[in-house]
Design a protein around this ligand. Sequence first.
Ligand SMILES: C[S@@+](CC[C@H](N)C(=O)[O-])C[C@H]1O[C@@H](n2cnc3c(N)ncnc32)[C@H](O)[C@@H]1O
Length: 241
Amino acid sequence: MDRYADVFNVRGHKYDAAMRAYPTARDEEFRQLFKGIDTAPLKRVFDLPSGGGYLHRFIAANAQLIQFDPSAGFATQGVLPVDLESPELPAPGADLIVSLAALHHVSNKTGFIQAALAALRPGGWLCIGDVAADSNITRFLDQFVGMHNGMGHSGDYLDPESREFQTAVQQQASLVRCEVAPCPWHFANTDDLAEFCRSLFGLLAVDDESLLKALDAQVGITTDTTGVSLEWELLYLQFRK
Ligand SMILES: C[S@@+](CC[C@H](N)C(=O)[O-])C[C@H]1O[C@@H](n2cnc3c(N)ncnc32)[C@H](O)[C@@H]1O
């Protein structure tokens, strides 16, 4: 196991607890993965890495969802082990492969994309969402989270200007979308926002006031009549085979 997998062996249960306590907070982050794609006919779906398994609400109810994760920190049954540096994916392939919030800890991104495309059936989609290089989110993760999670954080982030994605696909598929898009996390109030972030990021000994101050300064918090939103944003890539 690599170091990042070890991190989630230790704090995966806290990440999962946050996702279960606030199951809809990141809905827009998941919905953005499939913007412009009709997921109804996509019947065999791979989620890598799945964490504790949060994708089922966003795909067809009768789809077969196969979940993979390198870490043992998620208690969910039925999650298969995987090495994201060289994923071996089961035949007969998938109609949809999803990778959310993980590629910044994969060094061989080209290898990951090529392995995923090879496992796609013709007409299938590979949908990736991850933190964009040189964004507010990278600074929040590597500075504030890294300082307060007891383990540090240093990501190798996807650069939207990079030709790496074009090179990765070669003749295998087309890159249909490459877009940095807002995907705000939504909560009823700032207490819930602070509780979610503390658990999701495994933050230690940070009071709500300092956490909310950092979130507001480095990411942005907005308020409206429906509650509060953390102005999260990710780079979304959609490949079609
Ligand atoms: C931020 S979570 C994302 C989980 C899920 N896709 C989501 O969006 O909630 C990161 C996941 O990456 C997994 N992981 C472990 N080692 C990894 C590695 N070397 N590279 C990328 N991801 C890794 C962790 O186990 C964890 O499930």
